[in-house]
Design a protein around this ligand. Structure first.
Ligand SMILES: O=C(O)CCC(=O)C(=O)O
Ligand SMILES: [Fe+2]
Length: 340
């Protein structure tokens, strides 16, 4: 089992191009962390330990209710706006598919205000030459005009009051019940509030993201695989035929083995016949289970019309594990430059 994980991650490491990668140390880390996850009581009911990875072919044809066809990619129905409670149908849909889409979480004015804050913070960080926040590297690329810009922010709400205020919105608490226990917004944990800024330009370093699950990161953060979900706040309209988030519904229910081996982490950008998309308008909110396989399809447009900005805040539970300026860079971020 452990050997399989290492072998599965090898292609990613081989392509990582990090001369200083210490594989024996990495092996020990993964083995220890995997052992920790396997004994995690939250996971013990779903893990099936087998000798060799097995692809469950029967799963490749299952259909997902509440999804309709558009050219190229199936689109998840919007489940209405986010209110004070979740309906039975929303809960069922989330349990079955591992994702939900709520429309108009923010109005156009709020979206503009948030975008201004994001621009301000990006300018401040690039002027300061800031490269790391709480141990997590920032990702820089070049904008249309050739100027440096931050393309992946982290812990952003700790550095801008408008973003901090956004996360005080009481509607977030409606989502906590989906994670349970002492669930909370991870403003100071993992990578905090992340903002992804994709654009297709010559100097861009962020145009797509290969298949992955977010929960695997927990192995690298040394916390075992915990229940978590990622809440996305979308800041640009996004025609699903023009790239954006793609998800494999139901994969959050398929156990640790599928979470580790279904695809080659970050290297595999190929469309999957079962993938679905959201039809996003600026201001919409989405959630996906941390164990759900997903990727970001590159926009077929270039320049301004390919711009896509989305914020993610994790909902986590369990022991509080804040990160600070003294925190070391998590091993996981060795993979970050695979994402371009
Ligand atoms: O940009 C997106 O919509 C998804 C990004 C993502 O999956 C991630 O940052 O882990
Ligand atoms: Fe992700």
């Amino acid at each position: 089992m452990r050997k399989c994980l290492i072998i599965s991650l090898m292609p990613s490491l081989a392509n990582a191009g990090s001369g200083d990668l210490q594989l024996p140390r990495f092996r020990c880390q993964v083995e220890d962390l995997l052992a920790e996850s396997l004994s995690d009581e939250d996971f013990s009911t779903t893990v099936q330990i087998e000798d060799r990875p097995k692809i469950d072919r029967s799963r490749t044809t299952f259909t997902v209710p509440h999804i309709h066809e558009v050219p190229m990619v199936r689109v998840v129905d919007i489940s209405s706006t986010l209110g004070e409670s979740l309906s039975e149908e929303q809960r069922e849909s989330f349990t079955r598919n591992g994702c939900l889409h709520f429309s108009r979480f923010l109005d156009p004015h709020a979206v503009t205000t948030i975008l201004e804050a994001v621009n301000e913070l990006g300018k401040r960080w690039s002027t300061e030459g800031r490269s790391v926040v709480n141990g997590t590297p920032l990702k820089y690329g070049k904008d249309l005009n050739g100027n440096p810009m931050v393309q992946r922010f982290c812990f952003a709400s700790q550095h801008h009051p408008v973003l901090a205020e956004l996360l005080c919105d009481p509607r977030f608490s409606t989502l906590l019940e989906l994670v349970g226990g002492n669930a909370r917004l991870g403003t100071h944990e993992k990578d905090g509030l992340v903002i992804n800024h994709y654009v297709n330009t010559e100097g861009s370093k962020f145009t797509q993201m290969g298949w992955h699950t977010d929960a695997l990161r927990d192995l690298f953060y040394g916390r075992g695989i915990r229940p978590m979900l990622n809440v996305g706040i979308h800041l640009d309209d996004q025609d699903p035929r023009n790239g954006g988030l793609r998800l494999l519904p139901g994969t959050h229910r398929q156990g640790l083995r599928s979470m580790l081996f279904r695809k080659r982490y970050f290297l595999d950008n190929d469309p999957d016949p079962n993938e679905v998309a959201f039809d996003i308008k600026a201001g919409d909110l989405t959630i996906h289970d941390g164990r759900l396989w997903h990727r970001v399809q590159r926009s077929s447009l270039v320049g301004e019309s390919s711009r896509r900005r989305v914020m993610y805040i994790p909902i986590v539970n369990g022991a509080y594990q804040p990160r600070s300026e003294q925190s070391r860079t998590p091993f996981y971020h060795r993979f970050q430059h695979l994402v371009k």
